[in-house]
Design a protein around this ligand. Sequence first.
Ligand code: DX5
Ligand code: ZN
Length: 223
Amino acid sequence: MSDCNTRIIAPSMLASDWGQVAQEAARAEAAGGDWLHLDVMDGHFVDNISFGPQYVAAVRPHTAVTLDVHLMITRPDHYWPRFVKAKADRITVHVEADHDVATTLAAIRDAGCGCGLALSPDTPFSAVEPYLDQIDLLLVMTVRPGFGGQAFMEAETMPKVAAAKAEREARGLSYHIEVDGGIDAETAHVAAKHGANVMVAGTSLFKAPDMATAIREMREERG
Ligand code: DX5
Ligand code: ZN
């Protein structure tokens, strides 16, 4: 079991070659990816449509790593059971979505799945504070959700990562702090300095000349 001080690299399948789901999942694992990050978008919560539970089920047989499912959808309370059935290991829901957050988190946990809570760059840290003792992971979005390939929003998001770490320590909690969007070796270093330990990266890993090297560089602790 990884704890919240272990650096975890989670390649995001959004940036993979969708014509080769099985090979791309296996390639990310062979290159050293610790988890695979799967971005579900419903065309409503965000202005893009990606994939649903069948895609998660299609990836599952091709890798042994944790499937970290990020639901960018308006009704996570309605759809989460389908992702449990598809064998997701963790399901992360947005605090801004249209649901009773505490009820959804508890239901996901009761189903034996890890639960995460995400907040978008424009959402203040105070929005997630009431739920911190109910989660396995806090996802601080470092771009506006919806598309890969955007620039890391350092000024807007790093204070929230630092606050998440401070609160975790103050309250004796143990959730992972994940960052997602515009992450490469440089920005991973910035995020880690503020307290993030899970690095989600699409473009910088799947489009790298050598994914193993890119993952190794992202894992390096720097002074
Ligand atoms: C953005 C998604 C991300 C995306 C990151 O809405 O949540 O997971 O795949 O892509 P990059 O690493 O290209 O910014
Ligand atoms: Zn994501």
